[in-house]
Design a binder for this molecule. Structure first.
Ligand SMILES: [Zn+2]
Length: 266
């Protein structure tokens, strides 16, 4: 009986060592994906947009959780260096990302992030920014940041980075075009804002044609969004650099679920 007990203990120990070694050698990082942010009242005014809106209160709770638990919020450079094996990061690291470039990000999120000393990335659509104007005010939820605001961010919020969500490919099926058309759009974003090499696929849609266009334009990373439930997972060093998965927290997530999701390995 004693012998069996000893063998079982030894087996458990070996299994534990194998598991820990595996986890240590295959680190993963949560890339959080947000879209819009609004007060509870604003969110209620736009029920159709609910999937894309986190309330200011919920967002603050999540940042509080990250802060209290000593999470490191990454810059894109840190994430890239980690991805390519040049940098090791603590298990408690996250990359915070926003899609589309809503004005609400500037109005609510950036101030809070700065106050908390946290970094974040925003993927903006060039044409949305160029067509946006402070004069046509449709409320925070429906308005995009303007070009002036984009240049203000550089001065006011050094913790916020801006990258491409295309210049004008933010519509369903945009990727089914000739590679030259895609490449033109990619370069147009770089002329509109600044030379960038990080992309986020509109609607999470991508194919080899799109990936090749990005590579030919000198891009080094591209982020996904879904499309399936299983695709919302943490990023690993083994991922294709042009298919980086993210976790979707766009609609908000209660703090218990949020904490649990971050603790999960995958
Ligand atoms: Zn988008």
């Amino acid at each position: 009986m004693k012998k069996i007990f000893k063998i079982i203990t030894l087996l458990i120990l070996i299994l534990l060592i194998i598991t820990i070694t595996y986890l240590y050698k295959n680190p993963k990082i949560a890339v959080l994906c947000y879209h819009n942010i609004a007060t509870e009242a604003e969110k209620q005014n736009y029920p159709d947009e609910a999937d894309w809106i986190i309330t200011t209160q919920n967002f603050k709770e999540q940042l509080d959780y990250l802060k209290k638990n000593n999470y490191k919020t990454l810059t894109m450079d840190e994430f890239y260096k980690w991805k390519t094996g040049l940098l090791d990061l603590p298990y408690k690291s996250v990359l915070i990302t926003f899609d589309d470039g809503f004005l609400s990000n500037y109005e609510y999120a950036f101030k809070l992030l700065k106050e908390y000393n946290m970094n974040a990335t925003v993927f903006v659509v060039g044409s949305f920014i160029e067509n946006s104007t402070n004069n046509i005010w449709e409320g925070n939820v429906k308005t995009y940041m303007t070009k002036d605001i984009l240049s203000n961010i550089e001065k006011e919020y050094p913790n916020i980075e801006i990258y491409s969500h295309s210049y004008n490919l933010h519509y369903q099926g945009a990727i089914n075009q000739d590679k030259n058309v895609l490449a033109q759009d990619i370069n147009k974003f770089n002329n509109f804002y600044k030379e960038t090499n990080v992309y986020c696929y509109p609607f999470g849609q991508y194919n080899d044609n799109m990936k090749n266009a990005l590579k030919e334009c000198g891009y080094k990373l591209a982020f996904k969004y879904g499309p399936n439930k299983n695709d919302y997972k943490k990023a690993s060093r083994n991922d294709d650099a042009f298919e980086i998965p993210r976790l979707n927290v766009s609609h908000g997530m209660n703090i218990f679920k949020f904490a649990l999701r971050l603790l999960m390995y995958n």
